[in-house]
Design a protein around this ligand. Structure first.
Ligand code: 13P
Ligand code: ZN
Length: 276
């Protein structure tokens, strides 16, 4: 199998992002998973046509028609982000979803017999959902950022309350995620139910908190999804720094309205979160 794909800018970016996420402490052990919908023209010269399959891996769900015959990078189940950049062949795979949506054709990677993340349900369902809203969508990213996780122990599982606490942490948070975040209560992970619930939230937001577990971020590219998660994570860190102390200066709803106006967010912001 040719390893030319490793020289593609897309794969280089993917591996660097994975490495960064490990170093930020968001992906202990095998925690976290990332999938990227790859535009065919970005990889065709690196994958010799992209129709030579190493093996077929059955999908545990039938992929939405919008995902069929599309190519994805996936991190492997049980694989450590810490090891991925140094050993991508065993830790990530390039797959094409079959025409009937039931199988992942393996184009490259997962060399030790591995397969895509156990969170395949949430990944495929979120890709399908976001693509229906945003034709530029490409990335679904899951990880376990420390401060957001602590916050999910302390703040009710409520989209409005969680979002306001993040928006008020720093002036520019509302600019990065004007649609707010969605919050799911604790649920068992790695199954259809949490996939459906996450994708349902993704009808309105790109960022979904899995209570007591982690976060899902979606974006048009790796930088967008990463930037969204790092902004939310920093907001959570700030929130935890002052929330148990006597806060004497705060970002008010009027301040948030001024930011909305100043940055022309009127059409994308979740106004209902500002109702008192
Ligand atoms: P995988 O190793 O199957 O990707 O699972 C990691 C994880 O974070 C599950 O939520
Ligand atoms: Zn997880």
């Amino acid at each position: 199998m040719s390893d030319q794909i490793l020289t593609s800018p897309k794969m280089e970016k993917y591996l660097n992002i994975i490495d960064n996420m490990y170093r930020l402490g968001w992906d202990e052990r095998n925690g976290g998973n990332i999938s990227v919908l790859v535009d065919e023209e970005e990889i065709e010269e690196y994958l010799e046509g992209g129709r030579h399959y190493l093996r077929d891996i059955p999908l545990p769900l039938v992929a939405d028609p919008i995902l069929r015959d599309r190519v994805f990078f996936f991190t492997g189940t049980g694989k450590y982000f810490r090891n991925t950049k140094a050993d991508p062949k065993n830790n990530v795979g390039v797959i094409r979803i079959s025409e009937d949506g039931k199988v992942a054709h393996l184009l490259w990677g997962f060399e030790d017999g591995g397969k895509f993340t156990s969170e395949i349900y949430a990944h495929l369902m979120c890709h399908a959902q976001r693509l229906k809203i945003d034709p530029h969508h490409h990335v679904v990213m899951h990880c376990h950022p420390t401060n957001l996780l602590i916050m999910s122990h302390l703040v009710p599982n409520d989209d409005k309350e969680f979002t306001l606490n993040l928006w008020r942490a720093m002036t520019e948070d509302i600019i990065v995620f004007p649609e707010g975040v969605g919050v799911l209560p604790w649920m068992l992970c790695g199954n259809n139910e949490i996939g459906v619930a996450t994708a349902e939230k993704m009808k309105k937001v790109r960022c979904v908190i899995w209570g007591l577990h982690g976060i899902y971020g979606a974006g048009s590219d790796l930088d967008e999804a990463f930037g969204l998660i790092e902004t939310a994570e920093k907001a959570a860190q700030l929130y935890l720094g002052y929330s148990s102390r006597k806060e004497i200066n705060t970002i008010t709803n009027d301040n948030l309205r001024e930011i909305i106006k100043g940055f022309h967010l009127e059409d994308v912001v979740r106004w209902e979160f500002l109702d008192e």
